[in-house]
Write a protein that binds this ligand. Structure first.
Ligand code: SAH
Length: 226
């Protein structure tokens, strides 16, 4: 005779002790690496990164490492997400942000808790579908997403207070940069594979100022849609 066993309460939203400990460890590590913005740390502690990767990788979701998300793409390393978000928020949280390269949706989710509106563009339809499911499930309602080549931005919703590009190219299209409002910020990895630098740019009255934030490694920003 088999005895009926009540199902164990599941922890699908990751509020259990184990993942809380893992998240706390991650936050300590980010602080040790120079992430000082309390808003950024708080949000990274709150967004369940394990729901943005395949179940088989969920146990590694709070390690400070990039992980594969299928179709040859990766979810960025938490340190890099934190660094880019901190750079974007330095002069105050932008109201309206454009992200190029939705991927898993994790960076967009982090931004959605810090900014009023997030717009995000992804070229791979299958990845975008999965990201949208996550946004719905987790109740991130201020994220709008589009399946398109992000090199052209999202003109209908421009201007943006900030632009974040999460895939690398030698230089961004002028048409994309033009969608950033005067005074606005752009954060992007620039340079060829193996030699990328994370750059923070600010749009001034006569052009862009530029500051380097260090070496990074991103998948390439390519052209066209899949
Ligand atoms: N921000 C993501 C990580 C992105 S990985 C996250 O938090 O998970 C980079 C993503 O950029 C990939 O999903 C890739 O498909 C996408 N990408 C590359 N070129 C693109 C383009 N031209 N337009 C839109 N997305 C692009």
């Amino acid at each position: 005779m088999t005895r009926f066993q009540a199902p164990r309460p599941t922890d699908s939203l990751g509020t259990g002790m184990t993942s809380q400990r893992a998240r706390d460890r991650l936050l300590e590590r980010l602080k040790a690496q120079g992430i000082v913005d309390a808003r950024v740390l708080e949000v990274i502690g709150r967004v369940p990164r394990h729901l943005f990767v395949d179940e088989a990788l969920a146990s590694r979701a709070y390690e400070d490492t990039a992980l594969p998300i299928g179709l040859g793409q990766t979810i960025s390393q938490p340190y890099v997400v934190a660094l880019m978000t901190q750079a974007l928020l330095r002069d105050g949280a932008p109201d309206k942000v454009l992200e190029i390269g939705t991927g898993s949706g994790y960076q967009a989710a982090v931004l959605s808790l810090l900014c009023r509106e997030v717009h995000t563009v992804e070229r791979i339809d299958e990845l975008l579908r999965q990201a949208r499911k996550r946004f719905r499930r987790l109740g991130y309602r201020n994220i709008r997403s589009k399946h398109d080549d992000g090199n052209i931005g999202w003109r209908e919703h421009a201007p943006f207070d900030a632009l974040i590009v999460t895939a690398a190219r030698e230089a961004l299209e002028p048409a994309l940069l033009e969608q950033v409002a005067p005074g606005g910020i752009a954060v992007a990895p620039l340079g060829p594979v193996g030699q990328q630098t994370l750059v923070r740019m600010q749009r001034g009255t006569d052009g862009w100022s530029r500051e380097n934030l260090g070496a990074v490694s991103f998948v390439p920003l390519v052209r066209g849609v899949l």
